[in-house]
Design a protein around this ligand. Structure first.
Ligand code: FE
Length: 162
């Protein structure tokens, strides 16, 4: 009897967890920069809010940063944390800015089931803003494809190029 209840609780718990990850960025983690939903809404554009705070996806081939080849750093559009470097950016052909490597420690990872199967979600480690997903079909040396919403990033050119 006790065992059955334990199994039932496990099932309930895991299904709740799955649901909570469907629509929003992960809530269990605590982030250095934490704002209320209303505060994020007032500081982000509508599309930034949809992607960063609601784990939405921008339409493919719509980001200005997609074809950007300048040397510099891609920072979180919500909090300014450096997330990706231009030297790790490559043309994936997917329609979203793609990198084979993140700035280690500044990006955190999670799993979502938004489209029915497990995908590795990635978000800003400082504010929790959703960035995109990581796949294993990227180029060497990492073999990773960080498929990132351009609207979640701001580009800061290197000083020597300005
Ligand atoms: Fe951030």
């Amino acid at each position: 009897m006790g065992k059955n209840i334990a199994i039932l609780l496990m099932v309930l718990f895991s299904s709740c967890k799955g649901n909570s990850q469907k629509t929003e960025t992960k809530k269990e983690e605590t982030f250095e920069i934490t704002k209320s939903d209303a505060e994020w809404k007032s500081t982000l554009t509508e599309l930034e809010y949809y992607v960063l705070r609601k784990a939405g996806t921008e339409r493919a081939f719509t980001s200005d940063l997609l074809t950007n080849k300048e040397a510099g750093t891609y920072v979180c559009a919500a909090c300014g944390t450096p997330l990706f470097k231009s030297e790790h950016k490559y043309k994936s052909g997917t329609g979203w800015p793609s990198f084979y490597q993140e700035i280690e420690g500044n990006v955190a990872f999670d799993v979502d089931y938004n489209i029915g199967y497990a995908r590795t979600e990635e978000h800003c480690a400082t504010c929790g803003g959703h960035l995109g997903h990581v796949f294993d079909d990227g180029p060497e040396p990492t073999g990773k494809r960080h498929c990132i919403n351009g609207v979640a990033l701001n580009f800061i050119p290197n000083v020597e190029n300005q």
